[in-house]
Design a binder for this molecule. Structure first.
Ligand SMILES: O=C(O)CCC(=O)C(=O)O
Length: 258
């Protein structure tokens, strides 16, 4: 990707600080998305079978075509490591956070046709365990996204509130924590949906409330790549984070979901 196309942009920083997200429609051209999709197909074919079960989620564990989520892709493959560490998402993260960043997670998110579950409203920072909570998630559409197959929605400006809204268990694999009080008049007034072509790129602050609908299409998937970066100044409470992850893995194993 051409570096000059991603030079710092004052209006991007301003929108991020005001709204809690930015949107580039599109950041990647159709040809770049084709190349990326070919790399993802290779990763699913060659790398996924070598990964621990806890890093790969299926809507139905007995059906490999129902692949729903892959965690930590950049830790398993040079192509995805380079994309995470040197690609445009990192530069935009540094620009909007006004800090150096630490690449933390690269996730594949699919909502398989007909069975893809909704993504419950949540704030990523609730489970990041950071102080200060300065982190972002980038989200790249690998195909056209819209209301039917489950595009992302944000609550504009929600990152500016103090603390986090209450979260509780959702029963949705991959999004185990969801807000328990979502749907206030302010939430509804601030709601913005982000349909767009393949290559559409979103980046949100870790406190920005977001969600996505189910995939109601019987024929289209809804595939995306997520890029999580923490600001260098954000410190992780590693003990709290590990305990949270261990509880989550134990519960999912107990429920035979992973
Ligand atoms: O892909 C989705 O539906 C949700 C992604 C998400 O919640 C995130 O990247 O934080």
């Amino acid at each position: 990707m051409d570096q000059a196309a991603h030079a710092p942009d004052a209006s991007r920083l301003e929108s991020f600080q005001r709204d809690g997200y930015v949107c580039e429609r599109p950041l990647y051209s159709a040809a770049q998305i084709d190349d990326l999709n070919a790399e993802i197909a290779r990763f699913i074919r060659d790398v996924v079978p070598t990964m621990p079960a806890a890093q790969v989620y299926y809507e139905d564990k007995s059906d490999k075509t129902s692949l729903k989520q892959i965690q930590a892709m950049f830790e398993y493959d040079g192509y995805f490591r380079d994309l995470m560490e040197n690609g445009p998402a990192r530069r935009i993260a540094e620009e909007v956070l006004q800090d150096e960043v630490v690449p933390v997670n690269m996730q594949y998110f699919n909502k398989p046709a007909g069975i893809g579950q909704p993504t419950p409203p949540h704030q990523d920072g609730y489970y990041f365990h950071l102080s200060p909570c300065e982190a972002v998630t980038g989200w790249l559409a690998l195909e056209e996204v819209d209301d039917e197959n489950g595009c992302i929605h944000y609550v504009r400006g929600s990152h500016r509130a103090d603390g986090f809204r209450p979260h509780g268990q959702t029963g949705v694999l991959g999004f185990s924590q969801g807000m328990t009080d979502f749907g206030t008049a302010d939430d509804r007034a601030g709601e913005v949906a982000f349909p767009g072509p393949a290559g559409t790129f979103l980046m949100h602050h870790a406190k920005t409330i977001h969600w996505a609908g189910a995939n109601r299409s019987q024929s289209r998937t809804r595939r995306a790549l997520g890029f999580i970066y923490y600001a260098k100044k954000a410190k992780v409470d590693q003990a709290a984070k590990n305990a949270y992850q261990a509880r989550l893995d134990a519960r999912l194993k107990g429920e035979s979901k992973i």
